[in-house]
Structure formats: structure tokens, C-alpha cells
Design a protein around this ligand. Structure first.
Ligand SMILES: [Ca+2]
Ligand SMILES: [Ca+2]
Length: 95
């Protein structure tokens, strides 16, 4: 994966490119509204690992923290389900 990547948040009508290393900072401090939507594990990258985490939570294989739900909740129902995983997969496929 390249050092920088682009996360587009459709609801905001906005595209925010930022270096990978600063993603966590941006997310926690300046952009609390889950700028890195889909980054369920909070490592600053949105990738297949986040999809797996969401799937594991949705299937009851692991417990999720409130932060994981907030970050990984793609459809805004405040739960992590396979719908979020599918939406995230689509997002990953399209970018
Ligand atoms: Ca991640
Ligand atoms: Ca959801």
C-alpha cells in the first residue's frame, strides 16, 4: 500500500487525502466525526483487516469496543453487522 491514500466520505461530499502516519492523529484530534470511516481497528488504514474485524464482531466471534463500532459502522446504525462489512468491501473495491 502506498504511503498516502484517499478516503472519500460521500455524505460529506469531500475527499480528504492525508499521509498514513497522521491518520490516527487526524481522526482523534481534529476530525472526530470518523474521518477514517471503516477503519474499525483504528490503525489509520482502511483495508481488509477492518472488514474481517467487522465480520468477526457481526458473527459474535469477538466483542467490539465503542470505538470500533464508531469507526467501523458504515451505515450508521451504531452496530457492526455484515452490512457494514459489505459496504466496506465495496468501498475497498472502488477506490
Ligand atoms: Ca484499519
Ligand atoms: Ca452498521
Amino acid at each position: 500500500m502506498s504511503l498516502s491514500f484517499v478516503v472519500g466520505i460521500r455524505s460529506a461530499g469531500d475527499v480528504n487525502p492525508f499521509p498514513q502516519g497522521q491518520a490516527a492523529l487526524l481522526q482523534e484530534e481534529t476530525l472526530p466525526e470518523s474521518n477514517v470511516r471503516g477503519d474499525a481497528d483504528g490503525n489509520g488504514k482502511v483495508d481488509i483487516d477492518d472488514t474481517i474485524l467487522i465480520l468477526e464482531v457481526s458473527q459474535g466471534y469477538r466483542r467490539s469496543s465503542p470505538e470500533e463500532i464508531r469507526r467501523g459502522d458504515m451505515n450508521g446504525d451504531f452496530r457492526l453487522t455484515e452490512k457494514d462489512a459489505l459496504q466496506l468491501l465495496r468501498f475497498l473495491a472502488l477506490r
